[in-house]
Design a protein around this ligand. Structure first.
Ligand SMILES: N[C@@H](CCC(=O)N[C@@H](CS)C(=O)NCC(=O)O)C(=O)O
Length: 217
């Protein structure tokens, strides 16, 4: 049995959960609820397996701890035959980088908004420009995303869009990126995606992101 440091609130953990579902390996993993946050002291149990103190961290049968989500997803896909990377490996990895990069930015942005003393505006303005640019890129690439078999790139993008819905629910991104919205609706119907929706099991600070991510203008 493998052990996964897990949280229902983490978009990076969700990537792994989607891959476990897609590849039929869910029953080979014990999920351990692990609480981590950038502003909290490192979680000792996570640190014992991953010196970066981040989740997801997956301990496989021989005791090796794997991180980060990219390595874990690729490992799980490899065990299952490699179908989620497929023939167009670098196309999937590039989309994965876009999705992961957007998640990173959204997580950092929210933390910045809760910083005592207030956010560093020059930095949040940069994140706004980058979030808009990533979304515009994904909208432009919607036809290619639609024609490619569902893979690790799609997994990361689904989790990024899910994070936007979870923490930035007033962004109305669907109104501005309709082709991506239509694709997302298709992806959301996959059992691997619908069964792993983010759940806030420990609400921690309210609606700090409201009004910050706007796609008009
Ligand atoms: N690049 C990493 C990022 C993982 C990450 O940032 N996870 C968050 C939870 S969503 C975390 O562990 N945060 C705690 C921290 O940064 O100390 C991955 O893809 O796994």
């Amino acid at each position: 049995m493998m052990k996964l440091h897990w949280s229902p609130r983490s978009p990076f953990v969700r990537k792994v959960m989607i891959v476990l579902n897609e590849t039929g390996q869910l029953d080979q993993v014990t999920q351990v609820r692990s609480v981590v946050a950038m502003h909290m002291p490192p979680n000792a149990a996570v640190m014992a397996d991953n010196p970066l103190g981040k989740i997801p961290t997956l301990v496989i049968e021989d005791g090796t701890a794997l991180f980060d989500s990219r390595v874990i997803c690729e490992y799980l896909d490899h065990r299952a035959g490699g179908g989620l990377l497929g023939e167009k490996r670098f196309e999937q990895l590039r989309w994965q980088a876009l999705g992961d990069g957007l998640i990173d930015l959204l997580l950092l942005w929210r933390t910045e908004l809760t910083r005592p003393g207030g956010p560093w505006d020059a930095v949040t303005q940069g994140w706004l420009s980058k979030a808009r640019a990533v979304m515009a890129t994904l909208e432009a690439e919607a036809p290619a995303l639609a024609s490619a078999p569902f893979g690790l790139g799609h997994v990361a993008i689904v989790c990024a869009l899910g994070q936007m819905d979870f923490r930035w629910s007033d962004s109305n991104w669907r109104d501005h990126f309709p082709r991506l919205a239509a694709l997302e609706a298709d992806w959301a119907a996959r059992p691997s995606v619908s069964s792993t929706a983010i759940v806030d099991d420990a609400p921690d600070g309210g609606d700090v992101t409201a009004g910050h991510l706007r796609f008009e203008g």
